[in-house]
Design a protein around this ligand. Structure first.
Ligand code: NDP
Length: 283
């Protein structure tokens, strides 16, 4: 399809369409690299999701992101899935390949790319708090990256068990579940700790994970998924105790970098995107 007059389009099928930092972040990268592409946010109610995907096909979009509540429902409207999206059963990024829209999941890949700036998870024991969508995406990518053991610590036992079964059944990692009751002590064999819960997300910014702070020892890598605010209580506490910390902006930015690479083939500058988010989140 020719686009002599129109920029190419990418976007986000989200709901609701309130202020969307992803738009600002992605468009900052497009501008910086002189890419003649727009990224627009469309509010899509669940019952119109199929029509929205048809519309994206009709208009020749090169791809789109989708967020809650569309991450699972979108699958039936796509033509295939990437490996990790198939295992997770969730898509946050559709990519046009030829005439097909293929569903990928860049959340976990973005986390991993951010983690790799400070540590290689291969052969490591990871403690991961949470068992929701973010934890599922991160757990699968950590397993693919060769982590040897993942301890899933979650409040809801059923949800935790489902994630552990998925990881043990579909990847090579050894996953185990710990029910989160009271203050959790990070075991000495763990080298990476991930907060994949929503604890600390705006506006509940002073919320704390129930962790024995003394077990946050120097040298441990502590990664938080919370993007807003980036300096969560966990990030501050872990940093004060000598841990290497990663905030949630790294994950957002890198999932954006990976999505744009899928859509355009261009490796965009992560720092440009991060700066734009920091302006928005006041980091
Ligand atoms: P879900 O609702 O699927 O899962 C939330 C998880 O947090 C569950 O494991 C839940 O435990 C746990 N949780 C929430 N509140 C508490 C609490 N008070 N005490 C103990 N556990 C708690 O959400 P998602 O997985 O989709 O998202 C989680 C976070 O990840 C969000 O804050 C989101 O902003 C962030 N995120 C960040 C991304 C990034 O790029 N930085 C990308 C995607 C998500 P339980 O099962 O017991 O209810």
């Amino acid at each position: 399809m020719a686009h002599n007059f129109l920029s190419r389009l990418t976007g986000s099928f989200a709901m609701p369409a309130a202020e969307n930092p992803t738009v600002a972040m992605v468009e900052a990268a497009y501008r910086h690299h002189g890419l003649d592409i727009r990224y627009i946010n469309c509010e899509v109610p669940p019952e119109k999701l199929g029509d929205a995907v048809k519309g994206a096909r009709a208009m020749g979009w090169i791809g789109f992101n989708c967020s809650i509540p569309h991450k699972v429902a979108v699958i039936e409207h796509l033509d295939g899935l990437g490996d990790s999206a198939a295992i997770m059963g969730a898509v946050n990024c559709a990519v046009r390949r030829g005439e097909k829209f293929i569903g990928e999941n860049t959340d976990g890949k973005g986390f991993l790319q951010s983690l790799r700036t400070v540590a290689d998870p291969a052969g490591q024991t990871v403690v991961m708090f949470g068992a929701g969508g973010a934890a599922r995406a991160i757990g699968v990518e950590l397993a693919f990256a060769g982590a040897s053991r993942i301890i899933v610590v979650n409040r809801d036992e059923k949800r935790g068990a489902v994630l552990v079964d998925l990881l043990n059944g579909k990847t090579k990692v050894k996953a185990e579940f710990v029910s989160w009751r009271g203050s959790y002590r990070i075991p000495p064999e763990a080298s990476i700790v991930v907060n994949a819960t929503s604890i600390g997300l705006y506006p509940d910014v002073e919320a704390r994970l129930a962790i024995d702070p003394a077990s946050l020892r120097p040298g441990l890598v502590v990664a938080d998924v919370i993007p807003n605010p980036p300096r969560t209580h966990l990030v501050r506490e872990a940093q004060a105790r000598g841990c290497t910390v990663l905030d949630g902006l790294g994950m957002v930015v890198n999932q954006g970098v990976i999505g744009i690479k899928y859509w355009t083939g261009v490796n965009v500058e992560a720092s440009v995107m991060r700066r734009r988010l920091e302006e928005l989140f006041g980091a």
